[in-house]
Ligand binder design. Structure first.
Ligand code: 5GP
Length: 483
């Protein structure tokens, strides 16, 4: 029997040879996956790339895994072995007991007990992962982690030097640019974005609508077996979309009755076989209604006319808010905080932020009004703090800092009460318009010089209840000003 060291050096020899061969990329990667699995005496190996948003892993090559396992669904890189994203090899010893495993049933059917994963790094940045799967529980020793990390490096170099990968990367970048441009377009454009990717124009239209609202989506990420003949799957069903934020699969349909009946049958069967899966069969009217239920789209009850484009979706805001709260919790460890907010724009941000700060804290609200002229505006406090902040650690929470005049005034006011410390956390920073250089310690997003509404921010008292932050059309502001 080979000593492990011999099998590793043999595997390195093979993998390096493959890397230097003229094999097409996919074949080369599949062969590397095979050599890796064999050297580690594993039942399978997969090589995955992060999607352009760096959220999900897409399998690009594999060895030893069934088609069913490969199509089990998108792997969320932040939930499944998330430490790999920090750039290190990570082991999961008992798949059946670990909450990180996203598809425990699929792993069980496949007979997977343990997983070892390593990052594919390019210029220090994680672009994907390589994972091996074993059929018995295994505590992977350091030598195995080192072996997989080295293979990961060779895979990353192979990808980097491959023309096809370069094209793929360029396509990803182009898609992001196109998406960005699209999101900046006021109306949903009719030009086709990714004509070859979608099976039907209605799917493309739906994708555009989701892009406009910055709702994350995956196209056909998972196939569900619906029928078997003996051990073989005889019927599969691949829903059109998966919306991770809503944990919802969507199959689109037109009004053609023959199609509806067939799709209805498949959706019903899928629900019977996979009761935990949330799926809806929708036509255009249905999906507009569905989006409205979540506060999006033209049928939504909330006022959305006048919104030029969505800057940040609800999910993006939540993610950023959580990150800020973690940062604050770390910085103020062992201390007690007073969060001070100014009514009313800050209500949504304050409510979400404080829920994620893991420190003892209290909250205070102030209210202000503006007077004076456009050229010389002045601020007046109409509601002051309820309790003293003298000697306390105060964090001023702001929805948006624009010229900085309001914040400067409030900071002066709070400083006069001699707090132990005084810092600022703002969700939005409109730096381009800054007149007074106020220090900002925690910033959610920097935004361009545009008037934004939603998530607490208003225009003439409206739009506060939109779940996202959008830019208001300058035309609407001009028209209203002219009235
Ligand atoms: P300042 O110019 O003093 O930094 O900002 C004053 C206030 O103007 C902010 O607290 C906010 O209430 C309001 N403001 C500034 N920019 C915007 C914006 O883009 N949208 C909304 N809704 N309010 C804004």
């Amino acid at each position: 029997m080979d000593k492990p060291k011999d099998s590793y050096s043999q595997a390195f020899k093979q993998i390096a040879k493959i890397a230097n061969s003229s094999l097409p990329l996919k074949k080369a990667l599949n062969a590397m996956a095979r050599s890796t699995a064999k050297a580690l005496k594993a039942i399978g190996c997969s090589i995955m790339l992060l999607n352009p948003q760096k959220q999900y892993l897409e399998i690009i090559a594999a060895y030893g895994l069934s088609d069913l396992y490969l199509r089990k669904g998108a792997v969320n890189a932040h939930k499944s072995l998330p430490e790999i994203l920090e750039g290190k090899a990570v082991a999961l010893v008992d798949v059946s007991q670990d909450k990180q495993v996203q598809y425990p049933e699929a792993a069980e059917i496949e007979g997977i007990s343990s997983i070892l994963g390593a990052p594919l790094l390019q210029k220090g940045e994680v672009v994907g992962e390589i994972r091996v799967y074993t059929d018995g529980p295994r505590h992977f020793p350091q030598v195995e982690k080192d072996f997989l990390s080295t293979v990961a490096n060779i895979v990353a170099i192979t990808l980097e030097k491959n023309e096809f990968y370069q094209v793929l990367k360029a396509e990803h970048e182009e898609t992001i640019t196109k998406r960005r441009k699209l999101a900046e377009t006021p109306k949903l454009p009719s030009s086709s974005l990714r004509p070859s990717r979608f099976g039907h124009p209605s799917e493309e239209e739906f994708a555009r609508l989701l892009d406009f609202y910055r709702i994350e989506w995956l196209y056909e990420p998972r196939s569900f077996p619906l029928a078997w003949q003996g051990n073989k799957v005889s019927e599969m069903f691949t829903p059109d979309f998966y919306l991770p934020e809503l944990d919802l699969y969507i199959e689109l349909t037109t009004l053609k009755q023959s199609l509806i009946t067939e799709k209805n049958r498949k959706v019903r069967r899928l629900k019977e076989l996979y009761p935990e899966v949330n799926i809806k069969l929708l036509n255009k009217k249905d999906y507009l209604r569905l989006l409205a239920k979540y506060g999006y789209g033209p049928l939504g009850g909330t006022k959305v006319e006048g919104i030029n484009r969505v800057l940040f979706s609800h999910t993006q805001i939540q993610r950023r808010t959580r990150a800020l709260a973690n940062h604050i919790s770390r910085d103020y460890q062992g201390r007690r905080l007073v969060l001070v907010g100014i009514l009313k724009g800050v209500v949504c941000f304050m409510a979400d932020l404080m829920q994620h700060i893991s420190l003892p804290l209290s909250i205070e609200f102030m209210a202000i009004s503006y007077y004076g002229s456009n050229t010389e505006p002045a601020v007046k406090i109409t509601k002051d703090l309820d309790t003293s902040i003298t000697g306390l650690d105060v964090l001023m929470v702001e929805d948006i800092v624009d010229t900085g005049m309001t914040l400067n005034y409030i900071l002066n006011h709070l400083s006069s009460h001699n707090p132990a410390s005084l810092h600022v956390c703002t969700l939005l920073d409109k730096r381009a318009r800054r007149l007074i250089d106020v220090p900002l310690d925690y910033i959610g997003f920097e935004i361009p010089d545009e008037f934004v509404v939603g998530y607490g921010l208003d225009y003439r008292g409206e739009y506060r209840n939109l779940p996202f932050i959008g830019a208001l059309s300058p035309r609407l502001i001009e028209e209203e000003a002219g009235k």
